[in-house]
Design a protein around this ligand. Structure first.
Ligand code: SME
Length: 163
């Protein structure tokens, strides 16, 4: 595994394209799920400098904080609460241009202005959600959704072989 990301530049779409194979090589040969999720969060955070990038894992009938980069965050989220809970219950990506107008948004940090949350689904169950927060309004678009969904697919494909 390379220790550094190869320099990633260009438009946001180009950055996702360059990042994807580097995430593949970060995951190659490693089966520890926390190690892999930690490196994914770090890589995405390093490239895009989003305010908060991390995972909540389905555990004990709720979403529990996993590997992340950014300020400290809420540790446990009920399945029906917040943007993360909405992604969990709908099994769909949730794109929130302005968190202030999303009913039930959980404000872990007041600096967070927009958010995208993507569920990873394995055997029809949501095993985790990938949550990204920005301190800019409407920072996430379909470009992010497409780039991040490809990363989610990597997690879904590998999940049952991770421990
Ligand atoms: N805002 C999220 C909670 C998690 S933090 O943003 C890290 C939500 O509404 O589900």
């Amino acid at each position: 595994m390379a220790e550094d990301l190869v320099k990633i530049e260009g438009t946001r779409a180009e950055k996702y394209t360059s990042l994807y194979p580097q995430i593949q090589s970060l995951l190659a040969g490693e089966t520890d799920k926390y190690a892999n999720l930690a490196n994914i969060a770090a890589a995405v955070h390093e490239v895009f400098s989003f305010f908060w990038v991390g995972f909540y894992l389905t555990k004990e009938n709720q979403l529990v904080l996993g590997p992340f980069q950014g300020p400290v965050a809420c540790t446990r989220i009920p399945f029906h609460k917040g943007v993360c809970g909405h992604a969990y219950t709908t099994k769909e990506t949730v794109l929130v241009p302005d968190v202030e107008v999303f009913p039930g948004h959980i404000a872990c940090a007041s600096a967070s202005k927009s958010e995208i949350v993507l569920p990873a689904i394995v055997n029809d169950e949501v095993v985790l959600v990938f949550d990204l927060d920005s301190d800019q309004l409407a920072d996430f678009t379909e470009v992010d959704q497409q780039g991040l969904e490809k990363i989610i697919e990597l997690i879904e494909e590998s999940w049952t072989s991770w421990v």
